[in-house]
Design a protein around this ligand. Sequence first.
Ligand code: PEP
Ligand code: MG
Length: 568
Amino acid sequence: MAIAPAIVLDSEEFRIPRRNIDAGEVQEELARFQGAVDRAKEEIRELRQRVARDVGEQLGAIFDVQDALLTDPRVDQEIRELIEREHYAPEYAVSTILRGYAKKFLNLPNRYMSERVVDVYDVEKRLLRNLIGAKRESLGTLTEPMIVIAHDLTPSQTASLDRSKILAFATDIGGRTSHTTIVARAMGIPAVVGLKTITADLSGGDMVVVDGNRGLVIINPDEAAMARFRDAEQRFRRMEKELGDLKDLPAVTLDGHEVQLWGNIEFPHDVEACLARGASGVGLYRTEFLYLDRETDPTEEEHFQAYAETIAALGGRPVTIRTCDLGADKFTHLSGEYDERNPFLGCRSIRFSLQHIGLFKTQLRAILRASALGPTRVMFPLVTNLKELRQAKMILADVQEDLEEEGVAFDADIKVGIMVEVPSAAIQARSFAKECDFFSIGTNDLIQYTLAVDRSNERVAGLYTAGHPAVLRLIRTVVDAALEAGIEVAVCGEMGGEPNYVPVLVGLGVQFFSVSPATLLEVKKVIRSITKQEAREICDKVFQFDSDREVDAYLGEISRRLLPEMYA
Ligand code: PEP
Ligand code: MG
């Protein structure tokens, strides 16, 4: 949870702080505003002429809405009044008034008209660009703690947020298990995503409360809302403190069945948060973050340094290094070369690695070299057929041979696993179990691909749930296949970190949970409050339901019963 003034980023990352001007500056600032309007009109006139000349007179008319907004006396008057009467800086006045109009457009029932909201944003951007010009500020120059409000943030933008200045963020788009959200959770940044219109609902400088636990954003809270916020914050801190007491206790059920609790990491420095919460290893290292936000591929040495740092920080605890899961919402400098219409169904993950063998081998060499330093396992993401697993293993064997010839040390018995995160792999789990050492169930993608719901699309977020009976059945198939073959099975998607689903997973026989460090102790608390037998009974009951609503309602009830203090 956090409370602070908002900064609103548009797609060009302008910062629009609430700034006041002196009474003596009003005339000068009005003239500056007029200058920006005149330049914006001129730009639009030129654009219209160019489009009319190049593609036809009629298409030139697409600028009519923007032109109308810029020449509308009411809009002009409203902005001037904020400058004259409230002494707001023109940037803030423009942003406030135009965002108000954007919201009205968004609410229009006529689809054609509501889509014109893009024109309102475009006019806002144009005016701001002319007003701010070279003085553009970026997130890097923040001096005060703020809450970022943005249409969207990419995973790498999120990873580079300065935690000491950015207290929280809220976005129009996104989903609970999108990589942006996962990064926020790992960094401990409160976030609410998928709010659809948050960038239009407020202006820079507005005071906002972000409650990431309950998915709430409150704009300019009144006294009563503030009191509720403080109260909820205190309860949250108390609960955190109580959970902290569990740190060094084992994750064991009331009748003595122990489960391993590992952490998920994106960067080597995340190990610290895992250990601070008592993780007994890292079950998912998302190495693709090494690639993000750079112009060139990381070298073998850079890979190696990151893995060596992780292994050293873990001090003998195991790490499962997942080979790069690039593509979909995680881009590299290469992404621009391939414009995919359906990137989540495209050249992603292991497919990308198998099409870029040089890059894949570089990573595998580094992983193998690091495996000489401490217990290391390697895992391939998004495997959909046996051929991919065989090819990946063959390339791994090639690299092992090279290292052997060069006399470089590595763990010759390194365990090789796959992420089970597409229905085809889950259904065929028995075959896969014969050819690998462990499974790690990636529920984030498994849900996405089973239910055909984009995990980062807020418009279909209501359909995305681990409680869908089809998802649960697939998970059961995978766990059964692993137990039958005698290989380890972990869950490393966000589902494993959601207290409601923990009893079901324990009941199914999952022995390893790899979760965001933020949720690790809650998971431990659930495990320590049930018996394995109870978990099995919960499981049996859950498999009798045929809708996710029944499943989720029942599991919610169980959680409230097991952990009443957390739901108080
Ligand atoms: C998953 O899909 O559940 C998973 C753990 O991988 P990622 O979230 O990185 O796609
Ligand atoms: Mg995945």
